[in-house]
Design a protein around this ligand. Structure first.
Ligand SMILES: [Zn+2]
Length: 384
């Protein structure tokens, strides 16, 4: 594991050296012509020059479930045209229990109820993490190792991929597995997904009253120390409030809606928006086509977060390739610029549009990553 990590680090350095000399010419990717988002207009280009753009939650190329060796070049190209600098690439590790994924040999695991053997859930997630490293090795994207790495990649016209777990089931209740995954590039951790796990309880049916479990507490403390971003999406109210009480760093709720405007389970109440914002965190709104009609309605949701929590506490979590339909104007080609354009049309300043497009997330990550511990040991394993 350590050797492999060094290998990847070595590659990252190599890539840095290669691309350092050609800052205005991004590497050519082997992409097919197809549905692509339009290039940004001059105003959005100017906004992007001042702010990092981020997609706080996605499954690009459905890399976690499909039989692909990496995120595909076309998908990265789509993000680059959208001037998204950071893509949080999520491995839904609870799929070991729920199925609906394809193995490397092409065999399909149907949706169902499974009881994975010890080590199996971790192995499945580790395999998907390897696909993200393959994306980096192929030169399609850069690993979002540190905020500095992302700034450098963006300067070179490259997209950075931030490895994440959606549901920390893969840890299998062993904190050592968190250290291993962090050492292998994990930078964000969503505690629960569609099943109650060793960490906490979910927001969706079947509802349960429990909050953050003892292992969840260990993970929050360790994530704070390691500089890992904590994501509360899919967590129930008790789990969210327990984490807010315990975490010494701001957290995100990466993708969902707001209860004030929808009855859907995957939404946060005004009280939760206030609490997340008060702790310096961010609520991300998704362009989910089954819950929202178009980009204007998505921006209505984002404006609600702004009204309750403030302009510094909202962001975007596209859930790209994670849901079946996207709002009009965003669509399959993931037109992030349509969101920026809608904020511009509503009279927001360049600075504020930059914040909602990802500047807020980048600032939060800088705060989370700047741990005393990370400074002391270079973000590696905790000395304990
Ligand atoms: Zn989700």
């Amino acid at each position: 594991m350590q050797n492999r990590r060094k290998l990847h680090r070595g590659f990252g350095l190599l890539a840095t050296l290669i691309f350092a000399g050609c800052q205005s010419t991004p590497p050519a990717l082997p992409v097919q012509p197809g549905a692509r988002p339009p290039l940004p207009d001059a105003r959005v280009v100017a906004i992007h020059e001042q702010a990092v753009f981020a997609d706080m939650h996605a499954h690009p190329s459905r890399f976690h479930r499909a039989n692909v060796e990496s995120i595909l070049a076309d998908e990265i190209e789509l993000y680059r045209r959208s001037t998204i600098d950071i893509v949080v690439a999520n491995i839904s590790s609870d799929m070991a229990y729920d199925g609906e994924y394809t193995n490397r040999d092409g065999t399909e695991v149907a949706k169902g109820q499974y009881k994975p053997a010890p080590g199996e859930t971790y192995a499945l997630a580790a395999d998907r993490l390897q696909r993200l490293w393959k994306t980096v090795e192929l030169g399609y994207a850069v690993h979002a190792d540190t905020p500095g790495t992302v700034l450098e990649a963006r300067h070179n016209g490259q997209v950075a991929v931030m490895p994440a777990l959606e549901g920390a089931d893969a840890l299998e209740g062993d904190i050592e597995n968190l250290y291993r995954m962090h050492a292998n590039g994990l930078r964000l951790i969503q505690l629960v997904h569609f099943r109650n796990n060793e960490l906490g309880h979910t927001q969706t049916w079947p509802y349960s009253p429990g909050g953050l479990a003892e292992f969840g507490r260990q993970v929050v403390v360790a994530a704070n120390r390691l500089g890992l971003v904590i994501d509360l999406a899919h967590a129930n109210e008790a789990t969210i409030s327990d984490v807010l009480e315990l975490s010494t760093r701001p957290v995100i709720f990466s993708h969902g809606g707001v209860r004030a405007l929808t009855t859907h389970d995957r939404a946060v109440t005004d009280e939760q928006i206030r609490a997340i914002a008060a702790a310096g965190g961010i609520v991300g709104i998704w362009p989910h086509g089954r819950h929202l009609k178009d980009v204007a309605e998505m921006v209505d949701y984002m404006e609600h977060v702004i009204k309750i929590g403030g302009i510094d506490h909202v962001g975007i979590g596209s859930d790209l390739r994670g849901v079946s339909r996207y709002v009009e104007g965003f669509g399959e080609q993931a037109n992030f610029h349509a969101i920026a354009a809608e904020f511009v049309a509503r009279g927001y300043s360049d600075e504020d549009v930059g914040k909602v497009m990802g500047g807020n997330f980048f600032r939060l990550w800088q705060r989370v990553a700047a741990t005393d511990h990370a400074a002391a040991v270079g973000g590696a394993l905790p000395a304990q």
